[in-house]
Ligand binder design. Structure first.
Ligand code: NAD
Ligand code: DAU
Length: 369
């Protein structure tokens, strides 16, 4: 059950390397962690791919406990140097190629970052962690948290129970296959070398800093631009939505209280069909946006060619993290979507520059049919 290990008052400060901290969840995690544990050292390593955005972390510049390092997780000498010079005792590994549609267009980058990059980090941390001081009794030792996805479990039928930590892996896209590969490596490093790895498999996140290519930001932005809202296939696919701040709290308890070598599923208990989610977003936008090029937003909904290998349904059974670590989601999908729509309305200066010529090129490739 819950303990006070992650209570800011009762803990020794940690020295955390966050990979992929300039991306969507990584940036939310960095802000969450700086607020909750201001005495911790936080080093962000991010290659600033198309999905990495220094603006996501700009407000932390000048914070003396925070350092941003542009660089690739596949760069072993760089990773080794950082681990050593910063005396890192905690790795929170978010860096990844994360978008399924891009993995269908070009899988190579997914294998490189998600598999080879994760392997590089694990190897470097394996050499490093034993050089760290032995923790005092009752103190939390070094941790390598590998942040992963529910997509590794494949697709559920309409009546199937949610994914548990025992569900066999059955990835269906190059993205999920590459994440499955990295999960297996993280697990193997615990069993073979005793490296204190933890794996989390989480459902679909949403909230601030979500890159425009993903369903929720894409729909919000297209509504604001008066563009068609492309729903894949029949729109009946189901995802289990989790507000990103709830995910960050889940990762916090896993880092502080999870049993090394274990996996924890994290989910929102919020299964929604895509078509219903888009309708909810349309209603929120009609209500909240003062001037829209096209109204009602639902008139922009368009069914388009389905994603190849499109998983029908994801749902997480989060019983283990609830009973063992006391975590449950707190934000309902209604509240979370309202906050998210408000965020995209209020942060046009954040998303407009992301609609670059490269992004338009990607968009044409995926949505041309
Ligand atoms: P994202 O695409 O928004 O961000 C990925 C970040 O990693 C970017 O900042 C990018 O620059 C960086 N990066 C990519 N390749 C790199 C490399 N080789 N070296 C260093 N940095 C690199 O992704 P996200 O949605 O924030 O996802 C973060 C992690 O959480 C991923 O591992 C993803 O698999 C996992 N996850 C995501 C979701 C979700 O709904 N988004 C759900 C469950 C798990
Ligand atoms: O389940 C966790 C995963 O959630 C993460 O591991 C991934 O990194 C993250 O991208 C997300 O994957 P999905 O493929 O579920 O998310 P996406 O936002 O791309 O799509 C959500 C659903 O919406 C999916 O069923 C496909 C559909 N969709 C998506 C887009 C971009 C559409 O119908 N139209 C679209 O234009």
């Amino acid at each position: 059950m819950t303990s006070s290990l992650n209570s800011p008052q009762n803990r020794k400060s940690r020295r955390v390397l966050v990979t992929g901290g300039a991306g969507f969840i990584g940036a939310n995690f960095v802000h969450y962690w700086c607020r909750r544990y201001p005495g911790d050292r936080l080093v962000v390593l991010d290659a600033l791919t198309y999905a990495g955005n220094p603006q996501n972390l700009a407000s932390l510049e000048g914070n003396e406990n925070y350092r941003f390092v542009p660089g690739n997780i596949c760069d072993r000498p760089l990773v080794e140097t950082l681990l050593k010079e910063e005396a890192i005792d905690t790795v929170a590994h978010f860096a990844a190629e994360s978008h399924v549609d891009r993995s269908i267009l070009g899988p190579a980058a997914f294998i490189q970052t998600n598999v080879v990059g994760s392997f590089t980090l694990l190897e470097a941390f394996r050499n490093h962690w034993q050089t760290l001081p032995v923790p005092n009794s009752g103190e939390r030792g070094p941790i390598f948290l590998h942040v992963s996805t529910d997509e590794v479990y494949g697709s559920l039928g309409p009546e199937d129970p949610g994914f548990t930590e025992q569900t066999p892996y059955a990835p269906n896209s190059p993205y999920s296959a590459s994440k499955a590969g990295s999960d297996h490596l993280a697990r193997a490093y615990y069993h073979t070398y005793g490296l204190p790895t933890l794996i989390t498999n989480c459902s679909n996140n949403y909230g601030p800093y979500h890159f425009p290519e993903k369903l929720i930001p894409l729909m919000c932005i297209n509504m604001l631009l008066g563009k068609p809202l492309p729903v894949y296939g029949d729109g009946q696919n189901i995802r289990d939505w989790l507000y990103v701040e709830d995910h960050c709290r889940g990762l916090d308890v896993v880092i502080h209280q999870g049993t090394p070598g274990e996996t924890y599923n994290i989910g929102g208990n919020n299964e929604v069909k895509n078509i219903d989610l888009v309708r909810m977003l349309c209603q929120l936008m009609d209500e909240l946006a003062p001037d829209l090029p096209v109204r009602p937003c639902e008139s922009l909904m368009t069914f388009v060619k389905d994603r190849p290998g499109h998983d029908r349904r994801y749902a997480i059974d989060a019983t283990k993290i609830k009973t063992e670590l006391g975590w449950t989601p707190t934000v309902t999908v209604e509240e979370g979507l309202r906050q998210t729509v408000q965020w995209y309305l209020a942060h046009q200066e954040w998303w407009r520059p992301l609609l670059s010529p490269e992004y338009q090129d990607y968009y044409r490739q995926v949505y041309a049919n």
